[in-house]
Design a protein around this ligand. Structure first.
Ligand code: UD1
Ligand code: UDP
Length: 358
């Protein structure tokens, strides 16, 4: 059996790893390393519990910090583990600082890297995520692309060896856990708890550096738009944005915005599928909205997930009140634009597990 060290650290990575870890059972020995990039109970522990992810063998407890400090501390910790464990493969997900640290530590020790969600590009090098994904892709031996577009992006950079398109593991996780959530009466109470009814509210999340770096003015431009929408906007607030959001609420007294703590994945799937529309700067949530046929307004100037733009199911909005309002109110998705299945068949994790275990 192969020995695989998986490096995770941020919320979306726990969700992606949950389905691949399950598929690896009986095929490889997996050792889970949590960098500690996300550490609040509702940003980390809740996912391990709800999604039945094995307890990490190591938690580096790195926590928050500047990019250099955070990534550097992860590198030091991961290198030590890799020297002790001597795995055959290091598995990393997505585009966070934890991804880059895992890939770089392994690559320097000549341990093959498997990158899940390879080949995504925004072509905006100011994004920390774009830097992390390009660097990780270029030092990976297995590049698991969620879509054909991602494969094409890699080809443009001369990367063809080790590239495959198993599909998107997030589709696997939505298909699996949405059914789990629907069968759980406790989780389904979320609507009642928040005083909302399905299709009677919009759902928003905000955490990207491009959004929060704009400070008070940027958050007010966004919230001014939310305030004018005809349905309540529920906002599970990422800890990065909490202070900005709470202060904006206190200053401006918005009445149409319902800030709530981050929720677990099962409740989030229920909130997303029940929403009339999603407004977000999240990569994962854009796609989940698409999977569940909920129209999405992406609060960014570009997206890596071009497939979601087909037929207007996802539209980009500038971080300006008028543009957000215009897109939120007047975009009509085309139901006939959903025939293609660009994200695979919901079995990406099994293909990835087979390949890395062979
Ligand atoms: C990170 C990823 C981003 C991803 C996001 C998923 C990088 C560069 N960015 O962004 O790509 O979309 O995770 O959610 O890796 N904080 C807490 N508690 C926590 C975690 C964070 O309070 O458990 C606060 C801290 O103030 C911290 C800030 O959030 O400084 C940002 O956290 P960080 O992990 O650096 O980046 P994210 O914005 O979460
Ligand atoms: N998510 C969650 N609870 C929340 C907000 C988001 O479970 O309160 C899930 C969401 O459904 C998606 C993932 O977290 O699966 C996306 O993570 P995030 O937006 O933090 O990061 P990104 O995808 O932008 O990297």
């Amino acid at each position: 059996m192969k020995k695989i060290v998986t490096v995770v650290g941020a919320r979306p990575q726990f969700i992606k790893a949950s389905v691949v870890s399950e598929a690896l059972k009986g095929k490889s020995e997996e050792i889970l390393v949590h960098t500690g990039q996300h550490y609040d109970a509702n940003m980390s522990e809740v996912f391990f519990e709800e999604l039945k992810i094995p307890h990490p063998a190591y938690n580096l407890g790195v926590g928050s910090g500047t990019h250099g400090r955070q990534t550097g501390e992860m590198l030091i910790g991961i290198e030590e583990i890799l020297l002790n464990e001597k795995p055959d493969v290091v598995l990393v997900y997505g585009d966070t600082n934890s991804t880059l640290a895992g890939a770089l530590a392994a690559s320097k020790l000549h341990i093959p890297v498997a990158h899940v969600e390879a080949g995504l590009r925004s072509y905006n090098m100011r994004m920390p995520e774009e830097q992390n994904r390009i660097l990780s892709d270029h030092i990976s031996s297995w590049l698991f692309c969620p879509t054909q577009t991602a494969r094409e992006n890699l080809k443009k950079e001369g990367i063809t060896n080790g590239v495959s398109v198993p599909g998107d593991v997030m589709l696997d996780s939505v298909l699996h856990f949405r059914a789990v959530a629907l069968e759980n009466p406790e989780k389904r109470k979320i609507y009642e708890t928040l005083g909302i009814i399905p299709k009677g509210y919009r759902l928003a999340t905000l955490h990207r550096a491009e959004t929060t770096d704009g400070g008070e003015a940027a958050i007010e431009r966004i919230f001014d738009a939310f305030e004018q929408l005809p349905d309540r906007v529920v906002v599970p607030i990422h800890p990065r944005t909490r202070k900005l959001a709470e202060e904006a609420l206190a200053r401006r007294g918005y009445r149409n915005i319902q800030l709530i703590d981050p929720v677990g994945y099962l409740e989030m799937l229920l909130l997303t599928s029940g929403a009339k529309q999603v407004l977000t700067d999240s990569g994962g949530l854009q796609k989940e909205a698409w999977f569940m046929e909920v129209p999405c307004v992406t609060l960014r100037s570009e997206t890596e997930w071009l497939e979601t733009l087909e037929g207007g199911w996802n539209v980009l909005a500038k971080l300006e009140t008028a543009d957000i309002l215009e897109k939120a109110l007047h975009t009509q998705p085309d139901p006939s634009a959903r025939e293609a299945q660009p994200f695979g068949d919901g079995h990406a994790s099994e293909r990835i597990a087979e390949t890395v275990s062979a």
